[in-house]
Design a protein around this ligand. Structure first.
Ligand code: ADP
Length: 309
């Protein structure tokens, strides 16, 4: 069965004017769709337009042109329903230090006008692994717990789509892993996840699909796997019995990363060079290859390839 489209963006543009004189195209004719149940990653360097995109959906930035539909609601016609369909987890931790997680979620639910019997406070606390801390002051929570409380806050109105804006920025490795497990758990419950991140390895591990923004343009949009496969750079390390004379080699796109009398590591474009072409140079120089290890492109290579100006 075809999955439901939960977010559809057509020709979305945002032009900011700067001091009334110059303008900045923060988003340039963006087109993308996100399906129900996806974990979609929006990547891009600083200034790419990621915050602008999230803020348009959150209603704090007004788009210049284009059409946005969330959960079937049009942003221009039904902004309230759009907002009700998404939960936004902000970057900065700003929590009242004297509220416990339970109190905070209950207060929020009250603000949303959710009746006591319809609240799912305890389920949310469990989902983000804060059930044991339900009644502790927020100020006594660890950094990772505070992050999870931010996610919990975004879940109070039970939105089908969650936006996580750089959710693990400044979170240490162990806590990051833990946070991701909670996000995956949330996704397993059927919540669609859209996140921005600059931890590329994480995007590669977490996201089914990735969009890469650069200077307001969507320069890539594909499944994580396809993106990596499409990328042509390959890295190979040869273990050898004596040093290779690099002066005798000229192959288009071949770059030497390191070279000594035991190992030589090179990178090259798969579409231009075959590994046999490189091996030939070793035999021409009477060098024995003892071992070969290859390293395929990862999302970092894709990202750098697409965003360098
Ligand atoms: P990112 O979140 O990917 O770092 P942003 O959406 O914050 O990117 O910014 C995209 C571009 O828009 C940048 O060039 C930024 O300087 C510009 N920009 C963002 N907000 C404003 C604003 N309120 N006024 C003018 N320019 C802005």
């Amino acid at each position: 069965m075809e999955k439901k489209t939960v977010l559809s963006v057509k020709n979305l543009s945002k032009i900011y004017s700067k001091n009334g004189t110059s303008t900045i195209n923060a988003l340039n004719n963006l087109n993308l769709e996100v399906k129900e149940g996806e974990i979609f990653g929006l990547l891009g360097p600083n200034g790419a337009g990621k915050s602008t995109f999230i803020n348009i959906l959150a209603g704090t930035v007004i788009k210049t042109s284009g059409e946005v539909n969330v959960w079937g609601f049009n942003l221009d016609k039904n902004p309230r329903q759009v907002r009700a369909s998404i939960g936004i987890v902000p970057q900065e931790v700003n929590l009242d230090p004297f509220f416990s997680p339970r109190k905070l979620l209950e207060l929020l639910a009250g603000m949303y006008g959710i009746k006591k019997k319809d609240r799912i406070t305890d389920d949310i606390l469990k989902l983000v692994s804060l059930d044991k801390q339900a009644n502790s002051y927020a100020r006594s929570l660890s950094g990772g717990m505070k992050r999870r409380l931010l996610i919990a806050k975004a879940l109070v109105h039970q939105p089908p789509i969650i936006f996580l804006d750089e959710p693990t920025a400044g979170v240490d490795l162990e806590l990051r892993q833990n946070l991701w497990e909670n996000v995956k758990l949330l996704n397993n419950q059927g919540v669609t996840i859209i996140l921005t991140t600059h931890y590329l390895a994480e995007a590669e591990e977490m996201c089914n699909r990735i969009g890469i923004l650069n200077k307001g343009n969507l320069v890539a949009l594909d499944s994580t796997r396809n993106l990596i496969n499409k990328f042509q750079t390959k890295i190979v390390t040869f273990t050898i019995d004596k040093m290779l004379d690099l002066n005798k080699i000229s192959l288009d796109t071949l770059k030497v990363i390191s070279n000594n009398n035991e190992k030589v590591t090179v990178s090259y474009d798969k579409s231009k060079i075959k590994i046999e072409d490189i091996i030939l140079h070793f035999s021409n120089q009477n060098i024995k290859i003892l071992d070969i290890t290859t390293d395929d492109a990862d999302i970092e290579d894709v990202y750098l390839g697409l965003t360098k100006s």
